[in-house]
Design a protein around this ligand. Sequence first.
Ligand SMILES: C[S@@+](CC[C@H](N)C(=O)[O-])C[C@H]1O[C@@H](n2cnc3c(N)ncnc32)[C@H](O)[C@@H]1O
Length: 151
Amino acid sequence: MSEYKILTGDCLELLPNKRSIGSVDLTFLDPPFNQNKDYSHHDDNLSPEEYWGMIKDVCQKIFAVTSVGGAVFFMQREKNTEEVLRCLRESGWTLQNLIIWKKKTSAVPVSSKFGKHYQIIAYATKGDKARVFNRLRISPPLPANYKKEER
Ligand SMILES: C[S@@+](CC[C@H](N)C(=O)[O-])C[C@H]1O[C@@H](n2cnc3c(N)ncnc32)[C@H](O)[C@@H]1O
């Protein structure tokens, strides 16, 4: 069994650690969404400039400690997709997929547009492709008009 350590604290302080460079293979990034939620150690009501500046800083710091071929999964609200892709791109990440996480909860009805039943998860790698990629363990049935299975 491999050893692991759980670190608690401010990622902006913990990540810039020279000993960690190249030691991280995968990050799941699920930051606060700047919706004025009540977090004990985080101001969730920043200006858009402060918020996206901080998020880009986090993306850069994760990139610095990630091994070549390592990956990040970055979850956000659908309306922030453009900013998410920009932050990843400008901090050196290579986008592989935009995953749509279909949620079964918190779909708020809206009269003027489609309801938001999902969140996005941007999957990106350090370098052109992932060093390790495990396919899904389930094979969803092919849509009727598909002739070949994806490889
Ligand atoms: C959207 S929640 C993530 C929830 C988590 N995925 C879960 O399932 O419990 C965002 C989390 O980021 C934490 N957070 C905010 N700023 C942080 C920072 N600078 N360093 C580390 N964690 C931070 C918040 O305290 C909060 O727990």
